[in-house]
Design a protein. Structure first.
Lengths: 66, 273
């Protein structure tokens, strides 16, 4: 059935095919963008934790000198 | 793939090393730049160099993103299986981490393959999905098979058993991928356009564009895997530092329940300097 459908259907004109092609490339872009956003969240969490650890290290240093 | 440092005998060293002594992030900057350049070159070739295909017209441009995504995802699943073999051979958790990240990333690429394939099918066939097409259905089966990987890991609490069972799964499923591919190619229906092999008939400019696209997507996969490994390793280092500052003993087995393996102390993959 599909073979017959393909034989009958001519190539889509640019204005019709363009939206499908754009959608496919946008999918790839969005996937990468979502991944980058997740990595940014992770990075900010690590930055926050490192800040906490720095405070902890400072407190320990002060208590050992006192 | 890796010029690997074979893990030493005995229990793996659980002490995290500092990033200054080299880690998963080594060479990440250069790899990221190479990926961006390759992706830009690929897009330029697709839209300004590759000619329009006679039957599909402009719609065929989807293949330069859809097919490389599929190839890289399937290869990634097989690579995950190969890392799992190394894990079972050496019992080194670093191989388990590599296997986990390879499968995790390939699963994301497989989602991209399914979505871009559906978009192409809608434009070309007028349907989002065709159940009578063996290539589509077989890829969906592979995707669903690997979709059970993370729940499997999460279902097992003991980290040692989790990594062992996950490796067995990765090897079995990894062997299924090429078998599935061969079975589909051997089937009688050839409605799905063939890009690779004798039936492809790609002219030189299209073939060149296609190869560059595959390289670009493969580089993207490698870069994202490296990002993932670096993030997990950094997080493990921060956790170890917190324990050290709090005066607690480092116990790599004590952790919250997670599908991800415990981050290994040092990377397996190293680039020679």
């Amino acid at each position: 059935m599909l073979a017959a459908l393909l034989a009958e259907t001519p190539a889509l004109p640019l204005h019709t095919a363009g939206k499908y092609v754009a959608a496919a490339y946008i999918v790839l872009f969005v996937l990468v963008l979502v991944y980058v956003a997740i990595m940014a969240l992770r990075l900010s969490r690590i930055e926050r934790e490192l800040g906490e650890l720095l405070e902890l290290a400072d407190e320990q240093k002060e208590s050992s000198t006192a | 793939m890796p010029s690997s440092s074979r893990p030493g005998a005995g229990a793996p060293d659980s002490r995290p090393r500092s990033a200054g002594r080299g880690g998963y992030g080594k060479g990440l900057g250069a790899l990221s730049i190479a990926t961006v350049v390759a992706m830009a070159a690929s897009l330029a070739l697709v839209f300004f160099y590759a000619p329009l295909e006679a039957e599909e017209g402009f719609l065929q441009k989807i293949f330069y993103v859809h097919v490389p995504l599929a190839i890289v995802a399937l290869c990634g699943f097989v690579i995950g299986g190969l890392f799992a073999i190394q894990h079972l051979r050496t019992r080194d958790p670093r191989w388990d981490m590599l296997s986990y990240v390879a499968i995790h990333m390939s699963l994301i690429f497989a989602v991209g393959t399914l979505i871009t394939g559906s978009i192409w099918a809608k434009g070309s066939w007028g349907h989002w999905w065709v159940w009578s097409e063996p290539t589509l259905v077989s890829f969906l089966i592979v995707f669903l098979l690997y979709a059970t990987y993370q729940p499997l890991r999460f279902a097992i609490e003991d980290p040692e058993r989790q990594s062992r069972y996950a490796s067995v799964f990765a090897i079995t499923a990894g062997a299924f991928v090429p078998l599935n591919f061969i079975a589909v190619r051997a089937s009688t229906q050839f409605l799905h356009p063939r890009v690779l092999g004798s039936a492809s008939n790609l002219p030189g400019s299209m073939a060149f564009t296609f190869v560059v696209s595959v390289v670009a997507i493969a580089l993207l996969w490698t870069t994202l895997c490296k990002y993932e490994l670096t993030a997990k390793h950094t997080r493990a280092q921060v956790k170890a530092l917190r324990r050290r500052l709090a005066g607690e003993a480092v116990d790599p087995m004590r952790r919250s329940r997670s599908a991800a393996p415990a981050a290994p102390p040092t990377p397996v993959v190293r680039t020679s300097t």
